[in-house]
Ligand binder design. Structure first.
Ligand code: CU
Length: 611
């Protein structure tokens, strides 16, 4: 019959196409770019607009993505044209214990402001690059800090209030490698030749604005703005359909999920269509450093913001073999976009390649790993709240982020226990600045498992193990972690906040974020930094010109401080008054300043415009 024969013909055609696809190792057409490295103690970085082709060899067929699109990117200042990043940023190599200085310029188009947050590092709050450390368009930011953290893989990205999603999607993210070649006994043991046997892989989902008048539709812009790109396109280091040639050695993959909101459940397999016989990946480090022993896994869940280092032994493969990294299924509560079940990239084993310092065996142990000793000074409990329905607000404890409110005050050099309950119907990757925490207990669904259980240190699945600064919490689950809020050899900036927030960028931007300060004992015990929070200071007139008044009575001896938006003290003086008295502000610079009053063991704060 005619219908039947057409049907048979179609089946044959599909089979033929499938076979030719499987036989062709070059389905993945775009060589994955390896960002150039910048190493040293002084870093000059320019943040600017770029033009980038996400698909230079035409991997995608349902749209035309082989076009040049406007992006944002980071580059070493003065980097030669043609060697510049046109999306993301170079890999910054920080050396442990070194004093690092930076000169970061903002040359973004359209007058955009930005910040540079050093995600995962224990540095002073004023250097942290959070929403308070705005780098205004056309100006420079010159942070400095001592690199006291352990050897680890971190990243840097914009953290501009309400615009983090937009700017990360446009390209403002890059990798940081903290290393210590002189003192780290594992440095020589593990693959460490960048771009040869040690590869950064930044995974991101991306959507595009399309011109539908062409066939197929043509990408004309990155889909940014308030709603992030939502797939189905997945980038590795800024290209779709990427391949990476690897030597037949033990190779180190530093994987970062730098997505706005998508979780990736990755596994390696030679099979493209329905992966099985997974190749072992050995987890050797989390975002906070080495784990105890190389931990083998078939597949692993990388939540947004997560970094994990894996060893893969490509010596087991023949020359020319292709191993695919596939995004396996994820549960509904973390499902954004539709790339599940699709291969994200291909590793092509090339026996003609050899790295400078090839590693042929996996180490049996890495470091002594145990819970940080010492008593818990304080326990805090937080609830992640919100429904995700229309008109919803994602919050922590029902309180949206307020730039002017310090939500928690932590005593420096103490260990705290934080209990985080996810009361919502979505999974949220909880992230805290400054510290690397350790999970002591977790109750609920974990990773991609839908069974509820309680896990206690040290019997933790890989998704919970190790020093971390971000942890995915499934709906209904409770995470309990401990962390030391250690000092560093720089001033504490007791009035500058660090953030803790959901790292799904759309949730962070819509308010699932709070801030904490770390203070010394004098501030903490005298209550100069109020616990748990801060009250709003009512000032008038606002804007002001010469004189300022406060609503309310501040009879006890207090301290009045004016700061600029970067936290620099402009003026500080004693203040107390039975009724409001005039405060002269005529000597302060015009523009927006912060007014802070400590009185009667409370902290009052307000933004003030001066003209
Ligand atoms: Cu969230």
């Amino acid at each position: 019959m005619r219908t039947n024969s057409i049907y048979k013909f179609q089946i044959a055609l599909i089979l033929l196409l499938s076979i030719s696809q499987f036989a062709n190792a070059q389905i993945f057409k775009n060589e994955i770019p390896i960002p150039y490295q910048v190493q040293g103690d002084h870093f000059e970085i320019d943040i600017a607009g770029g033009q980038h082709n996400f698909d230079p060899n035409g991997f995608v067929t349902d749209i035309n993505l082989n076009v040049s699109l406007a992006t944002y990117c980071y580059n070493r200042t003065g980097q030669a044209a043609g060697e510049k990043m046109s999306y993301l940023g170079p890999t910054l190599i920080f050396t442990k214990d070194h004093d690092l200085t930076f000169d970061i310029s903002n040359s973004l188009p359209d007058g955009a402001n930005t910040t540079v947050h050093w995600h995962g590092l224990n540095i002073p709050a004023a250097m942290d690059g959070g929403p308070h450390q705005v780098i205004f368009n056309g100006s420079n930011w010159t942070p400095y800090f001592n690199m006291i953290d352990e050897v680890q893989t971190c990243w840097y990205h914009t953290h501009l209030m309400d615009l983090t999603t937009d700017q990360v999607i446009r390209g403002l993210a890059g990798m940081i490698v903290v290393e210590d070649p002189a003192n780290d006994p594992l440095y020589q043991v593990l693959p460490h030749n960048y771009g040869q046997n040690d590869f950064p892989l930044v995974i991101q989902e991306k959507g595009f604005v399309l011109d539908s008048t062409t066939t197929p539709p043509t990408a004309v812009a990155i889909k940014a703005g308030e709603k992030p790109g939502n797939g189905p396109y997945t980038l590795i280091n800024g290209v779709v359909g990427g391949y990476l040639k690897v030597p037949a050695e033990v190779v180190r993959l530093r994987i970062l999920n730098g997505s706005p909101r998508k979780m990736f459940h990755i596994g390696l397999s030679k099979e493209l269509a329905s992966p099985s016989n997974f190749t072992s990946m050995w987890m050797v480090a989390t975002g906070g450093g080495y784990v105890d022993v190389p931990r083998p896994t078939d597949s692993t869940l990388m939540s947004v913001g997560d970094r994990r280092e894996f060893l893969v032994d490509f010596a087991q493969f023949n020359d020319g073999d292709t191993v695919y990294m596939t995004n396996l299924a994820v549960p509904h509560d973390m499902n954004y976009g539709s790339t599940n079940g699709k291969a994200l990239m291909a590793f092509i084993v090339d026996h003609s390649l050899a790295s400078e310092n090839p590693v042929t065996t996996l180490p049996s142990t890495l470091v002594d790993y145990e819970l940080t000793p010492g008593p818990v000074f304080m326990t805090r409990e937080k609830n992640l709240m919100g429904s995700g329905g229309s008109g919803h607000v994602w919050t922590i404890d029902g309180t949206p982020m307020d730039m002017m409110v310090i939500n928690d005050t932590v005593l420096v050099n103490t260990k705290e226990r934080w209990v985080i309950n996810n009361l919502t119907n979505k999974s949220h990757p909880f992230h805290i600045h400054k510290v690397q925490f350790q999970v002591v207990e977790y109750t609920g669904k974990v990773g991609v498992l839908d069974s509820v259980a309680t896990y206690t240190h040290p019997d933790l699945p890989d998704e919970l193990f190790g020093f971390k600064d971000v942890q995915l919490i499934r709906p209904g689950a409770t995470l309990i972690f401990e962390a030391r809020f250690d000092s560093f050899p720089s001033p504490l900036n007791p009035n500058q906040g660090y953030m803790y927030h959901c790292h799904i960028l759309t949730h962070e931007d819509t308010s699932m974020m709070h801030q904490f300060v770390v203070v010394d004992s004098a501030d903490f015990y005298t209550g100069l930094s109020a616990i748990p929070g801060t009250e709003r200071l009512e000032v008038y007139p606002n804007p002001a010109t010469n004189e300022l008044y406060f609503k309310g009575s501040f009879e006890e001896a207090g301290t009045l401080t004016f700061y600029d938006l970067r936290g620099k003290i402009l003026r500080r003086e004693a203040y107390h008054a039975r009724a409001s008295k005039a405060v002269s502000v005529h000597d302060l610079p015009r523009g927006v300043v912060i007014v802070e009053l400590f009185s009667a063991n409370k902290r009052y704060i307000s933004k003030l415009s001066l003209y």
